[in-house]
Ligand binder design. Structure first.
Ligand code: ZN
Ligand code: ZN
Length: 175
């Protein structure tokens, strides 16, 4: 979604819009692709322009489908994220660097020409809140390291068998 900054009025511009599921995955190259897909994205954002600087404030809601890192089952997590960006013209690096120093808690970006592309910003905000290790549930029991069974759905006797096995070894040693 490209916004012509010339069209941002004095009082700012408020934009509710939505993006199709996986809209950004088509643009990414094969090696940039992550192991997830996302649902339809609902975005509310407002843009304000102060001279050449554009401030974007917004909120998005979607869900991300990925796999639980313990049991490897597909799982989805809700994403609801607020964001604030300050975008500056790419040709004014000095101004940008000064701004970066005085507002550490904000995300910075640049725009080229008269257009701001919201798509990469939205995409960044979808991935940012995804934890490094996604769990289907906090108490996920994962897979049995011996037989690979999903311990959330079934139980196995590997643990007991293993303990007996160790005792057998000990007995042999004594003899
Ligand atoms: Zn799990
Ligand atoms: Zn097992």
């Amino acid at each position: 979604m490209k916004i012509n900054i010339v069209n941002i009025p004095e009082e700012g511009l408020t934009l509710p819009f939505s993006k199709e599921a996986n809209y950004y995955l088509d643009i990414l190259s094969e090696k940039e692709k992550n192991e997830f897909s996302h649902g339809r994205v609902e975005v509310k954002c407002s843009l304000k322009k102060i001279r050449e600087t554009v401030m974007i404030e917004g909120e998005l809601e979607t869900f991300v489908n990925t796999n639980c890192c313990r049991c490897l089952e597909p799982t989805s997590i809700a994403v609801k994220n607020g964001f604030r960006y300050i975008l500056m013209p790419a040709n004014n690096k000095r101004l940008s660097e000064e701004m970066e120093l005085c507002a550490e808690d904000l995300e910075f970006g640049y725009y080229e020409g008269d257009f701001i592309d919201l798509d990469p910003i939205i995409y960044e905000q979808i991935i940012l809140p995804i934890p490094m290790k996604v769990l289907c549930q906090e108490s996920c029991k994962g897979l049995c390291p011996h037989c690979g069974i999903n311990l959330n759905m079934a139980s196995c006797h590997c643990h007991i068998a293993n303990t007996i096995g160790q005792f057998a070894v000990l007995k042999k040693l004594k003899i």
